[in-house]
Design a protein around this ligand. Structure first.
Ligand SMILES: [Zn+2]
Length: 197
């Protein structure tokens, strides 16, 4: 993982259509599993092309090469359809489905990392988790979605354990030896390496 500056590239136009996004979210927000209803616009060609360009066709997690024309492998950093699996599944949380089309929440991944990451989003302290109550969390104010609050840089009240190449200074957490080996410098770095292993 290396740090990436997403501000270098424009948000794809297809994700700027807040009228369409608002319509979708209003339609599904009261469903028991809104994530099941998410349409595929987040993996529109325009989005994939932008992410591949920004990441030089490499996986956001392991930096492995992503083959040309990768199909399903856009990771929602904050998962859109429930959080965790089995024993680790977070109860009473629908997942961060409202971030399904949020540019800052989308990362390109290789097939392997996409499978490992899945819908995991562990926190240091689960009491800090942002709930799926969009009004309490101010994602909806006066019946209107507040899209600027969707930017995941604003969600740092959550004590997340997973590093994000667009937010964290990766070199503070990981040390890269010239031979390609990686050593962790922090607990977060350690968790990431364990996660990728
Ligand atoms: Zn990968």
């Amino acid at each position: 993982m290396i740090s990436i500056d997403k501000t270098k590239i424009d948000r794809p136009k297809v994700l700027n259509n807040t009228i369409w996004i608002e319509e979708q979210l209003l339609k599904i927000k009261d469903y028991e599993k809104p994530g099941n209803e998410i349409k595929n616009r987040y993996k529109h060609k325009e989005v994939k092309t932008a992410l591949c360009k920004l990441y030089h066709n490499k996986c956001a997690y392991c930096e492995g090469k992503i083959p040309e024309g990768f199909s399903e492998r856009i990771d929602h950093f904050r998962p859109k359809n429930g959080i965790g699996k089995g024993e680790d599944k977070i109860k009473n949380h629908k997942g961060y489905y409202w971030l399904a089309y949020e540019w800052t929440n989308l990362l390109p991944t290789c097939e392997k990392c996409n499978g490992i990451k899945s819908n995991k989003f562990p926190l240091e302290n689960d009491n800090t988790r942002i709930t799926d109550d969009l009004i309490t969390e101010k994602f909806i104010v006066k019946d209107k979605f507040v899209f600027e609050n969707f930017n995941i840089n604003k969600l740092e009240t959550e004590k997340r354990l997973l590093l994000n190449p667009e937010i964290d200074k990766i070199e503070e957490h990981l040390y890269f030896y010239p031979n390609g080996e990686i050593k962790h410098l922090t607990e977060k770095g350690k968790k990431l390496l364990k996660f990728m292993d």
